[in-house]
Structure formats: structure tokens, C-alpha cells
Design a protein around this ligand. Sequence first.
Ligand SMILES: [Zn+2]
Length: 400
Amino acid sequence: MSRLSIASFFPFRRLKVYYQDVNPEVTEAHIKTRADLRFTPVCQACGNKAPRVHSWTRREIRDLNMATATVWVSCIYRKIYCPHCKRIHIEDLGLFHPYLRVTTRLARYVYQLCRVMTVTEVAKHLGLNWKTVKTIDKQYLERDFGQPDYEGLRILAVDEISLRKGHRYLTVVLNYETGHVVYVGKGRKTKTLVRFFNQLKPRQRKAIDAVVMDMWAPYIKAVKKKLPNAKIVFDLFHVVAAYNRLVDKIRNSEYRKASKKDKAVFKGAKYLLLKNRKNVRRRSHRHQLRELLKINEMINTVMILKDKLKHIWSYRSRSWAIKALDNWCQLARSTNNKLLINFADMLDRYRYGIINHCDFPIHTGKIEGVNNKIKVIKRKAYGFHDVRYFTLKIYQAFSN
Ligand SMILES: [Zn+2]
């Protein structure tokens, strides 16, 4: 037993350290503490004095590590009958949370680590149970981010993410101006969004000027139903994503039709075609892209249309945007390609939301950034099974 007192590391005034065993060889420290009798106990639930002691009890809890030693604190404390709560509670010593087997300061440390590490990593690092770590993180997240702020919403961005490839969707709503996520809901139906809009006061709903989103009928329906003053704006990021899927399909069918010699030029072309043309930097790639566009007229047209498509979103004048959109649809239909004709029909159907972009010039990079950030959180394997936990992690990630 060391002669040096570690009591000053336990600055809890209602607590007395009466035994310490710090053994560097076993890298463990055992500290024994008990409630200081000079103080009248206070109720952990309500904070009021509760002089009537019901019984004494003890628990073993983990504390922050001391150098390389794992610290165990044994604490003897009182159960009290609280005259305020009119029931039995435990006394508040400032040392631990009633439902957790760790000290409050260790819990706070776990919470900080969980911001940058995965639950598994934190559990391993501290030698704690995975479930304990997750429970602590979730509890603090609920306290800090459990209720998002709906005041001042003016422009919303709605996006969807798939939890597993192709199914189980979540709908994410962002305050476009602050970058805060204000809602995460299960599914991607009309009712998913309606559920969120219903949480807003009528005044808050009326204040929303625009909603940015993908061309997705259920979302459109929800906005039209619940937000009387909101203009729907379709953002370029989602439209280009849809168009890229079309590029991929056409590349596939053209490849199948190509001669053996030409097929070689297609090799590895998938990502070249999906990239922004100015981002294709390597000389061999540029050469390959030029060759491909030369030998295949259809692919050439598809790529020209892709550039022109992005251009529609660059106008601030409604009449110019309408002209560009009409021009695009005409060109797409002139190819006689069924996929392109369908795409033109879709743009035509949703033209109001494309033209609205002139009034609400939403930055595509921001929408894409949000999408990517959520994917990163998902990859860290948070909350595949616990949607609430995943939701809280998203709120936290977008909080500053
Ligand atoms: Zn009480």
C-alpha cells in the first residue's frame, strides 16, 4: 500500500476515501469510499435533503484510469426515503449515475471518445463492455441532441439514405441554412415526412419557403399537403445521380453491341463516364474517353446531354432556364433512345421544381456533402439495429 494519499483525486465532498490499494504490478487500483456522515443525504432524483435513511448498500464501479492502472471504486452509500418523491431513492454523492456501473467522469470521457471513435473501439480501449459504452453514449446524446430546434426553419433539404443496400430507408431533413439535421424518420413515404411536419407549429410550417429534394413523388405529396407556402426545388445532385444510372445502362447496352475491337476501348470506361469531364486528368484516361466518344455516337450524345443537363441549373433567370430545359428535352427525344425519352418526360413533368431553382439557388455540393457525411456515420456501423441511436449520432454530427 502506497503512503501517498490519492484522496485529492476524489474531490467529492460528500465522500470519504478510507482505503487505497494501488498495485503497479497488477495494473489495478482499488479505492474504497463511503458517504461522509457529516452530511445529511440528498435525494439523487430531486436533489432535496432526505434525512431518513432506509438502508446502507455498496457498489463497485469503474473510474477513469490512473496512469496505466484500471481504477475500481467501491462505494458504500445510503438508500433514503425521500419526503419529496415519497419513495425510496439512493443518495446523491456526485460520483456515479444511478443506472450506470461507471463514475460520472468516466461516462463523460466515454461520451467524448464516442464522438471520434466507434463504440467497439472505445470499449476495447477502456476495457468496458460494448453495451455499457453504447448506453452511456446514447444517454448523453439524448440529453444534448434529443430534441432538435424547429425555430427559424426557412429552407429545408430532404434526403433519403438506405440502411441496407436497396431497402430499409431513412428520411433525413436538414435546415439548409444552418446545416443542422432536424429530423430522421423511418421509411421514405409521404407519411414519413408528414409525421415531421405535424410536429411543427402551424406558424413554423407557414414560414418554410422552400424544400429541396429528389424527384420523389411521396415527398412532393407531403410538402404540397402540409407546407402551404413552400416551393419545391429539385437539386442537381439527385438529378445527376439519376442521370448517371442512365449513362451506366446505355454504356452497358452499347458495349454489348460493340465489335470486338471497340470493346477494348470500353474497358474501365464506366468511371470515366460518371466523372465530371474536367476531373478526368490522366492523359491515358483522356485519350480513352476521346476514343470512346469518337467510335460511339450514342455515348457521345449521352455525355453531351450530361453537360447540358448541369447547365440548366446554372441559370438565375426563369425564362432562360425554361429555354434550356426545352432544348434539352428536344435533343434527348431526337435520339429515339427509350431511356433518354423517359428521362426527358420526367424532367418535363417536374419542370416546376427545376425552374424554381432560379429563385432558390441551392448549392449542390452542400447536399452531396450531407449525403456523404451520413454514409460515413453509417459505415462506422452505428445503429444498424438501433435507429434512435443512429438518429442521435446524425444530429450530433451536424450540430456544429
Ligand atoms: Zn427525491
